[in-house]
Design a protein around this ligand. Structure first.
Ligand code: NI
Length: 274
């Protein structure tokens, strides 16, 4: 593997926690945001790591890089490329202000001890002008139907996240419902991204934030990001925090046909055959 050693993150520590009003707002709305989760210094350290993982569609492990909005084996430029578990290639990502603050805040939001939370990350990039939308979905719709989750996602942009570049957009209160019926974008299970139809988005809230700010959302909160119509890249690093999910009782396991179709397509990717 290509050699690149960014070393440890900068030493400067920033501690951020939510106040009670922010936690209450999260419980009501299913999302919240903060202006800063890290330092400028750490953002500068992070950018070359981020770019390294996306350059040459490198990713972390075989198959960890793919376009969320196009078939797995599509050629050419990607619309919404994603890299899974960057911390597997760069474990020092777990030592950052971002990780530490996101864990502490997720612990506040879930009302669970920080040490009990498992963390995994993913990075999503929207290229200038061609960066595609990610339509309405719930993150839990991507996960195992036979497990019950308690989870929060933290999303931090490295570039200005605006309505033009693809900022997070949430539907307040949607986290209290069930996981809705989803389907793969374009009804094509070889496209990883999911969408749920018939969402009344009239009450949606767009959350523009500066680099180094962060949003937090519940795993059932309906959210979307618009396309990147701006002239600059929109890079974001997301981290999920969850307790070990527990098995759903046999008779209560929901039917999620999109997961069955998606698993087959995932296992059939050419990256595994080459
Ligand atoms: Ni999502």
């Amino acid at each position: 593997m290509t050699d690149f050693d960014p070393g440890p993150p900068p030493a400067a520590v920033l501690d951020v926690r939510l106040d009670d009003a922010q936690v209450d707002a999260f419980r009501r709305n299913g999302f919240t945001s903060i202006e800063r989760i890290t330092t400028d210094e750490e953002l500068e350290w992070l950018a070359p790591i981020y770019d390294f993982l996306f350059d040459d569609k490198r990713g972390t492990w075989k198959g960890s890089y793919f376009d969320l909005a196009r078939p797995y084996d599509a050629d050419g430029d990607d619309f919404v490329p994603q890299v899974l578990t960057p911390e597997m290639r760069f474990p020092q990502l777990l030592e950052t202000n971002v990780s530490r603050n996101a864990r502490a805040i997720s612990s506040q939001l879930l009302d669970l001890p920080a040490a009990e939370l498992k963390q995994w990350g993913h990075m999503i990039l929207k290229p200038p002008r061609v960066g595609g939308e990610l339509p309405w979905h719930q993150d839990e719709a991507y996960w195992e139907e036979h497990l019950a989750y308690r989870a929060v996602g933290c999303w931090m942009p490295l570039d200005p996240a605006t309505a033009e570049s693809g900022c997070m957009t949430f539907l307040p209160g949607s986290h209290t419902g069930e996981v809705r019926v989803h389907r793969h974008i374009g009804d094509d299970p070889t496209v990883h991204g999911l969408v749920t139809d018939d969402v009344d988005g009239s009450a949606e809230v767009a959350v523009p934030i500066a680099p180094g700010g962060a949003t937090f959302h519940h795993c059932r909160t309906l959210h979307r990001t618009p396309p990147n119509t701006s002239g600059r890249v929109r890079r974001a690093w997301a981290n999920e925090f969850q307790v070990t999910p527990v098995p759903v009782p046999e008779g209560d396991i929901p039917d999620r046909p999109w997961l069955r179709a998606g698993r087959e397509a995932w296992d059939d990717r050419s990256v595994y055959r080459s």
